[in-house]
Write a protein of this length. Structure first.
Length: 303
């Protein structure tokens, strides 16, 4: 939804770059040099602080909340009933219950639970289940729907999106969650902690990293602006008006870089908080862009 508005991102890149460059050329080097250098320093410091600060903030503030939310999800979801309903809906010629599935998955004498479900269904139906690959697709779809829906009101959208993305790209994440849920040797808290690590930790740390980066950058940019306003009237360069504008434009390129980094991180934050479903703030829309996707694709270098 909203992917047809992908052009907004490229338009913003052009508008931001053009406006910042124009204003710096107009003001001249004397008025923008300190500000531009200050912005570069602010960007570097914000990046360093965010990189080292996100994990400790997550562990002290967000982790416990995430684990409690996952624990609530685990109490609410019933995968055994969901898998039983999925198998029964295929009309394999037999009927199973949630208790049948629970008994099977609690045994732990299987290599992969989805293979165990396939063997169970194939044996009960006298070999009428068909291709195992197709059956595993049904299992994954059922798992994402059942567990994902239970997550809806308990965890942020970015955690749910991370969960869906990871399960779709790596079945081992799904198997790890199911294995943890049916391991009766651990407490519900221990189970929730393991599951939270699988899909929520990384996404939460990224969100916190961006928040910290934006806060630190904003504060340091204000400080740089104050210093610039104090010093710009005390500096004098024996330059012609043309050279003032030319060098002002060069320093403006530095400020353009900072503003584009800021734009990219703001967009990434909205993509995460909206779960990729908020207007045009989605990976689908961004991948259609020509200019912005380059910046977006290098987020790891920006942070």
């Amino acid at each position: 939804m909203g992917s047809q508005f992908w052009w907004i991102f490229d338009a913003l890149v052009i508008l931001v770059a053009g406006y910042v460059l124009y204003t710096n050329i107009k003001r001249g080097m004397t008025k923008v040099m300190v500000l531009s250098i200050g912005y570069i320093i602010a960007t570097f410091l914000a990046s360093v602080i965010a990189a080292f600060g996100a994990q400790p903030v997550y562990e002290s503030v967000a982790q416990n909340s995430n684990v409690s939310a996952v624990e609530a999800v685990n109490e609410h979801v019933n995968l055994s009933d969901a898998f039983a309903e999925m198998i029964n809906s295929q009309d394999y010629g037999f009927h199973c219950t949630g208790k049948d599935i629970s008994s099977l998955l609690e045994k732990k004498d299987y290599v992969q639970f989805d293979h165990a479900l396939y063997e169970f269904a194939d044996r009960k139906s006298n070999g009428t289940v068909g291709d195992e690959g197709d059956f595993r697709v049904l299992v994954k779809k059922t798992f994402i729907q059942a567990y994902g829906e239970a997550m809806g009101d308990k965890l942020p959208r970015y955690a749910q999106t991370s969960f869906e993305t990871q399960v779709n790209t790596n079945s081992e994440v799904m198997r790890g969650i199911v294995s943890a849920l049916y391991d009766r040797s651990r407490t519900t808290r221990e189970t929730a902690e393991e599951i939270e690590t699988l899909f929520a930790e990384e996404a939460t740390v990224e969100v916190l990293r961006i928040f910290i980066y934006l806060i630190i950058l904003s504060v340091l940019m204000v400080i740089a602006a104050v210093i610039n306003s104090v010093l710009q009237n005390r500096m004098f360069f024996n330059l012609t008006a043309a050279k003032e504008r030319f060098y002002g434009g060069l320093f403006g390129l530095l400020e353009v870089g900072v503003m584009l980094i800021l734009l990219t991180l703001l967009v990434r934050l909205l993509v995460l908080l909206g779960g990729g479903k908020m207007f045009c703030f989605s990976d689908e829309a961004i991948n259609k862009t020509f200019l912005f996707k380059f910046l977006y694709g290098h987020l790891s270098a920006l942070l």
